[in-house]
Design a protein around this ligand. Structure first.
Ligand code: AMP
Length: 398
């Protein structure tokens, strides 16, 4: 996939009406509407501000949750709109419908320097179906399409890919940043390239490991998925998470790493416990002697030391997935240690590929020390897999 896409800086936006696809799908309290994490809204502000300052009329588009074509009050974009108004300091009217008479009237009346937000596009079933008539109707509202919803780039929906068939389409500043960092990090990395993978499911990371084996110098595997790899190399895991179906795959990957000269690091010790609760007694164990009744919840101190050393020697570090059950403070040490080691690498390119590891970094208060924290969970994973993202492939090349 070509990462060199035209952006809003490469075209004249002045006086134009622009459909701007954002990702305002923020975690929020369904009853009160209180937003828990506004990262996705904040990270698209530079694009919105640029367009308004350059005299464009901006029609904001987004989805929220999965209403599957049903009108659901708790998935309205109202709370995102209220928050956006505060951040921008200007009124942002919102439509009462999706592409109905109210949308058409508000978009027709929109003047340069003004913005309007269309209600949750997924209230219409045609959005996720990538319905061509719906896309054409969306396109008829504007002169240009700007895509800035990196978190939705892996979906071919009407407002991400469909509409690009009917309007000149370019990238927003957030998507430009994601392409620059995530794309370049893998295409032409400052070496050594160290990739750190964690989280619970091996099955989610198969494509990522396959792709990274071709690109990385070192692959570090922690978190719940590491136990399947431990079994594949004949180690003990007690009652830890095991994906039996993928033991053969894990073995294959370890052999492939060896053939390709890629260093593959697995935990040498773990923090385990009897029950999956926050206050269950932590016990230090080794994969050579792992008590049958304990389950691994985090990486141990020796492993932290080894992983930290690998991070310290890296030119580029890409991280996706926690090293343990970081939601419980007693089992968050490994995840926090990886975050801290990456934060200290001032001369390296440090990238966090969205999802849980991104929230762990935000929580650690060290986010500013990272080169890039991706706003896309699923989209970043597909990026790391080397897949074509439909929301990006459809944008004009430079
Ligand atoms: P994923 O959704 O695959 O990225 O995994 C994220 C989840 O993995 C988090 O909720 C972690 O609590 C969980 N996780 C990480 N390590 C372990 C482990 N050792 N056992 C069980 N769950 C884990």
């Amino acid at each position: 996939m070509n990462y060199d896409k035209k952006t809003i800086r490469d075209i004249d936006v002045s006086g134009k009406k622009i459909l701007l696809r954002c990702d305002f799908n923020v975690p929020h309290d369904k009853a009160t509407g209180v937003i828990h994490d506004d990262t996705r809204i904040v990270s698209t502000l530079p694009t919105i501000r640029y367009l308004l300052e350059h005299n464009a009329a901006v029609i904001l588009l987004s989805h929220m949750g999965r209403p599957h074509g049903q009108w659901k009050k708790e998935l309205s974009l109202f709370s995102a709109r209220d928050h956006l108004e505060k951040l921008l300091g200007i009124p942002v009217p919102m439509t009462q419908d999706v592409l109905g008479p109210d949308t058409k009237a508000k978009c027709a009346a929109l003047q340069p320097g003004q913005a309007v937000l269309v209600e949750n596009l997924r209230f219409r079933i045609e959005e996720e179906k990538n319905d061509p008539d719906f896309s054409r109707e969306l396109a008829s509202l504007a002169d240009l399409f700007v895509f800035d919803a990196f978190g939705a780039a892996h979906r071919a929906h009407a407002s991400t890919e469909g509409v690009s068939h009917y309007l000149p389409s370019v990238a927003g500043l957030l998507v430009e940043k994601e392409l620059n960092f995530m794309g370049k990090a893998l295409e032409n990395p400052k070496r050594p390239l160290v990739a750190i993978l964690g989280g619970s499911k091996v099955s989610d990371k198969i494509g990522v490991i396959n792709n990274l084996l071709q690109k990385a110098d070192t692959i570090i595997i922690g978190g719940g998925m590491s136990y399947t790899f431990q079994v594949a190399r004949g180690k003990q895991i007690g009652a830890s998470l095991l994906d039996e179906e993928h033991v053969g795959y894990a073995k294959e990957m370890m052999e492939k790493a060896q053939q390709l000269g890629v260093k593959l690091l697995l935990p040498q010790d773990n923090i385990a416990t009897k029950e999956f609760t926050a206050d269950s007694q932590p016990v230090l164990v080794s994969p050579d002697h792992f008590p049958e009744d304990l389950m691994g919840m985090d990486i141990g101190p020796k492993t932290i030391e080894e992983f930290t050393a690998a991070i310290q020697g890296a030119g580029t570090v890409i991280w996706n997935g926690p090293m343990g059950v970081f939601e419980f403070p007693a089992f968050a040490k490994g995840t926090n240690a990886v975050a801290a080691a990456m934060a200290q690498q001032a001369d390296a390119i440090t990238i966090v590929g969205g999802g849980d590891s991104a929230s762990a970094v935000e929580k650690s208060g060290q986010a500013a020390k990272f080169t890039h924290i991706s706003t896309g969970g699923g989209a970043s994973l597909e990026f790391l897999e080397g897949l074509v993202l439909p929301g990006i492939a459809c944008l004009a090349d430079k």
